[in-house]
Design a binder for this molecule. Structure first.
Ligand code: NDP
Length: 467
């Protein structure tokens, strides 16, 4: 198959980068070039800003209900193309088609339907005083920059696009250069659904080039970024002196805590899934499993057995596989034992079998740095206080899970974890109304439900004195 020729979606046109350069997009399943994309830069951002500026006022002038109806039409258009979107996502990420179809793409469609319905359900925000009435308005910001990673490409991008459009903004999206295909197809579907092209601009290329130019542009007053903590720091350093609104969803090193009453037969499948879904390349994956020392002999063989039966997938790129393998070598240097996994397997592509490491100090680099691959470290603990200290002992604070026979006890433990989100006896169980985001170096701000509507708008108060 010839590589797909991806162009930037700017206004009503599809164009190559102003510089004319292109980048290869390599599929992780067999290492072949599946597409080429424009290597965009500041000039392309300039054009996208002009297109967005032309389209946004008419969109902002519609009522929230009219915009919600447009989101539903976009969801219908995506639904009709869902199988094709899943094919593109599988090609770019290496995940199985049915996972792409029923995890990623179903959720993309749900993002639009959810925010459409959530928008319609909002009531006016009015605060009465003895002698006056306050009316809170949520005005569009204008143009918002959306920067997203490669692990759940369209899922995470549409999580931003839906509320951004709902609140009356035009968007300029910069998907990861490793996974551009669904963002490209999405830009076409948005136009097919009837949206003005200037509302959904998609620029392809490298983060430090086109991503950086987008963050630097003075006419893009808000940036929603999902990616690694180191990149988030660069984005924040660029945007903060310009007083841009900034939402940062960053990395994690999430703890999965088994309490001493946990029924191992019941919890091991969930612990394995939380560690290794999408080859461990989900920011919410539980990459450190904390187990009471008294249960370790019982836990480890069951866990390793279940991990060995978990499907092997490719990781996103050759470079990423080399990084993960580097951490496995480091684990051994740091005193750990690789109980299973870390093998490449036969054939092309960037496959790596799920790895379990035991015997590492909880303060070791492998147990505190984000690996973002199919590697889980297992640690014993003696008391709940010790488990809590280990769980909270990293610079990250994104998510975690607690597994116990006593849900109330699990909830009390969860309340003491320094993370933005904790699941008890479940994982990745998402209600789109609740706040999503991390504390410490896992991010700034929250998205989801009201938090997204708040971020993608400017809240303005009008206080009217009684007559
Ligand atoms: P990166 O931080 O490398 O990249 C994220 C995005 O930022 C990409 O589109 C990238 O482009 C772009 N980018 C890179 N440099 C800049 C820059 N200077 N200015 C603007 N944009 C830039 O993350 P990954 O793509 O490797 O994704 C993995 C990371 O994402 C993990 O740390 C993971 O934890 C985190 N993540 C967090 C989530 C959360 O909700 N908290 C959810 C999912 C992932 P390019 O790819 O072209 O370099």
């Amino acid at each position: 198959m010839d590589p797909i020729h991806v162009r930037n979606a700017i206004g009503t046109t599809y164009v190559d980068a102003a510089c004319g350069l292109r980048i290869d997009d390599v599929g992780p399943t067999d290492g072949t070039v599946v597409a080429t994309i424009p290597r965009s830069g500041a000039e392309d951002v300039e054009q996208a800003v002009a297109a967005a500026q032309a389209a946004q006022p008419a969109w902002a002038a519609l009522s929230l209900h009219e915009r919600a109806d447009a989101l539903d039409r976009l969801a219908d258009t995506m639904e009709a193309a869902a199988d094709e979107l899943a094919h593109l996502e599988a090609l770019d990420t290496g995940k199985p088609w049915d996972v792409a179809r029923h995890v990623d793409i179903d959720r993309c469609i749900r993002n639009f339907r959810f925010f459409a319905e959530f928008g319609r359900s909002q009531s006016p925000e009015v605060f009465r005083m003895d002698d006056a009435t306050n009316h809170v308005l949520r005005k569009p910001i204008g143009i918002v920059g959306l920067i997203s990673p490669w692990n759940l490409p369209l899922y995470l991008l549409t999580w931003k696009v839906a509320p951004a459009l709902l609140m009356g903004n035009a968007i300029i999206a910069k998907p990861s250069e490793l996974t551009p295909l669904t963002a490209h197809r999405f830009s076409e579907l948005a136009r097919e659904s009837g949206l003005d092209g200037g509302l959904v601009n998609v620029l392809h290329g490298l983060g430090p080039e086109v991503g950086q130019a987008l963050v630097e542009h003075p006419e893009v007053p808000a940036i929603s970024f999902t990616g690694g903590t180191a990149t988030g720091r660069i984005v924040a350093a660029t945007a903060a002196p310009m007083f841009k609104k900034l939402s940062l969803e960053l990395g994690g090193k999430n703890a999965t805590v088994l309490l001493d009453d946990a029924d191992l037969d019941a919890v091991v499948p969930g612990v394995v899934r939380s560690g290794f879904l999408n080859s461990g390349q989900i920011c919410l994956c539980g990459s450190r499993v904390l187990v009471p020392t008294s249960m370790m002999d019982d836990f480890l063989p069951r866990f390793v057995d279940a991990v060995q039966r978990f499907p092997i997938g490719p990781v996103i790129s050759e470079a990423h596989r080399a990084k993960v393998e580097g951490y496995l070598r480091l684990a051994v240097e740091e005193g750990g034992t690789v109980l299973t996994g870390g093998e490449r397997g036969e054939g092309p592509g960037f496959h790596l079998s799920p790895a379990v490491v035991a015997g590492l100090p909880p303060t070791s680099r492998c147990a505190t740095e984000e690996i973002f691959g199919p590697v889980v470290t297992v640690h014993g603990y003696s008391t709940e206080e010790e488990a809590l200290a280990v769980a909270n002992g990293t610079e990250y604070g994104l998510a975690g899970s607690v597994w116990t026979a006593d849900a109330e006890r699990g909830r009390r433990f969860a309340e003491r974890m320094d993370t933005g989100m904790v699941w008890v006896n479940t994982w990745l169980h998402r209600d789109l109304r609740v706040p999503f985001g991390g504390v410490k170096q896992s991010g700034v701000g929250r998205e989801g439900g009201m938090w997204s509507l708040g971020f993608f708008s400017e809240a303005v108060n009008i206080c009217v004195a009684d007559e």
